[in-house]
Write a protein that binds this ligand. Structure first.
Ligand SMILES: Cc1cc2nc3c(=O)[nH]c(=O)nc-3n(C[C@H](O)[C@H](O)[C@H](O)COP(=O)(O)OP(=O)(O)OC[C@H]3O[C@@H](n4cnc5c(N)ncnc54)[C@H](O)[C@@H]3O)c2cc1C
Length: 416
């Protein structure tokens, strides 16, 4: 149902699950829960087919989550690996075949990916209301459903899938943690004859117009449809972050790659958005937060579609297993899966906020094939706290070192 009169809500105001937001995290929740037999309603304030400012890159981790949801990836452009560029060094690496994740990623413009996921949610029986903002309804400290355009929906569980914190997060106290890093990124599209390339490209050595090294990267993500998604992102731990002009950074990066990619003019005005990397809370009585709303973005690469899909699946599974215990069970699952790795990432982002450390670190990151392989796994969101092999060992060792250095890193963090 799209935007029109909402007959079911007039007669049936009770649902098992009310989902706020129809990005990948909300969609995954809705698909999984509806297929499991739950009555699900999703509110999306954008229109059907809305776009989302994003790089459109799907890691092998995201592909695994989409496959777990039986999503047909035929509409996506397949990606076989990553080209990392640091100064004059270039490394092209195929996604590893670890057994945990498939050795393939994809680029799927969000306008199409999100519409596809919403269609799957509708097929599964979820009801979707577009162009309607929903807010959680609180009774004492418990979320008992949502209010949306004058309608009252009672729900056993409300799933906050509203993306980077805004009004909903303020109401529930699940905004980002003020002391923790966050990111900003900007993107546009351009035509290129290389649109069918099968590698993502990431340039790790960006500088702003003051010559400061930027902890972040520029990307070229070929979409297979005649265009490439071109963008840059930066971490808030950067020296001079507040004066960083993302439009200029993107324009400079574009100049750097324009010839090699034979870029046509920008197809739309570059647009920027936030990358939340922490949340004060991600559950409470009657509610859970998933995806960006829970701060589930990898600080080392700014990617969060995969974590959004996975956390949505976790929220639905926790609800289907035990509706009453779902918030606590979900939180425990997310803590076990992501917290240690994302904490390492946040600590790391303070480290690379120091320009000298960043320069030395980048040389190291792509310097040898073995280390570049670990960098690839980090950039592909392929590492977890319990990842076996060299990448897991390095990450766990790094976390111990970073934990010891963390107080100093935060004290000496680069300030604008
Ligand atoms: C420039 C940029 C590039 C990026 N590139 C990548 C990439 O290449 N790969 C990757 O994995 N990640 C990337 N990310 C991160 C990725 O976009 C997010 O992690 C991902 O979109 C999170 O999905 P989500 O479902 O949690 O939130 P979103 O996709 O933000 O969806 C939230 C939805 O909730 C809706 N909403 C909000 N409030 C309400 C309300 N009150 N009522 C109803 N609806 C509401 C919004 O309209 C929106 O549709 C990038 C981010 C940026 C900014």
């Amino acid at each position: 149902m799209c935007g029109g009169p909402f007959r079911q809500a007039e007669t049936v105001s009770r649902y098992d699950l009310a989902v706020i937001g129809a990005g990948p995290a909300g969609a995954a929740t809705a698909i999984r829960a509806a297929r499991g037999g739950a009555r699900v309603i999703v509110f999306e304030r954008g229109p059907r087919g809305r776009d989302k400012v994003c790089g459109d890159g799907l890691t092998p981790r995201a592909v695994r989550a989409l496959e777990a949801l039986d999503i047909d990836l035929d509409g996506a452009h397949r990606i076989d690996g990553l080209r990392m560029i640091a100064g004059r060094v270039r490394r092209e690496l195929a996604w590893p075949d670890t057994g945990r994740f498939p050795p393939r990623g994809a680029v799927w413009p969000r306008r199409h990916l999100d519409a596809h996921l919403m269609a799957a949610a509708e097929d599964a029986g979820a009801e979707i209301v577009f162009e309607t903002e929903a807010l959680p309804r609180l009774e004492a400290d418990t979320v008992v459903g949502v209010d949306a355009a004058g309608r009252r929906i009672d729900a056993d569980l409300t799933v906050v899938a509203a993306g980077a914190p805004g009004r909903v997060a303020r109401l529930l106290g699940c905004e980002r943690v003020a002391d923790e890093p966050f990111g900003l990124a900007i993107r546009t599209y351009a035509e290129t004859p290389r649109h069918a390339d099968r590698l993502l490209e990431a340039c790790l050595t960006l500088r702003d117009r003051h010559g400061t090294a930027v902890p972040g990267y520029g990307w070229m993500f070929p979409a297979g449809d005649g265009t490439v998604n071109i963008g840059v992102g930066a971490l808030s731990t950067m020296k001079g972050f507040r004066r960083l002009n993302l439009n200029e950074l993107l324009a400079d990066y574009r100049r750097l790659v324009a010839d090699e990619w034979e870029l046509g003019p920008d197809l739309e005005r570059p647009r920027a958005w936030r990358l939340p990397m922490s949340a004060q809370r991600r559950h409470g009585a009657g509610w859970v937060a998933v995806g960006d709303a829970a701060g589930l973005v990898n600080p080392m690469n700014g990617e969060g579609i995969d974590y959004g899909l996975e956390s949505g699946i976790c929220a639905a599974d926790a609800f289907l297993a035990d509706p009453g215990g779902a918030p606590a069970a979900y939180d425990a699952e997310i803590r076990a899966r992501f917290d240690a790795f994302l904490r390492t990432g946040r600590r790391f982002s303070f480290l690379i906020g120091h320009p000298l450390i960043l320069r030395a670190g980048l040389r190291l990151a792509v310097g040898t094939a073995t280390i570049a392989d670990i960098t690839l796994q980090v950039m592909g969101n392929l590492v977890d706290d319990d990842t076996p092999g060299a990448a897991g060992r390095v990450l766990r060792g790094a976390d111990r070192l970073l934990a010891a250095a963390d107080p100093v890193l935060r004290r000496t963090r680069a300030r604008p």
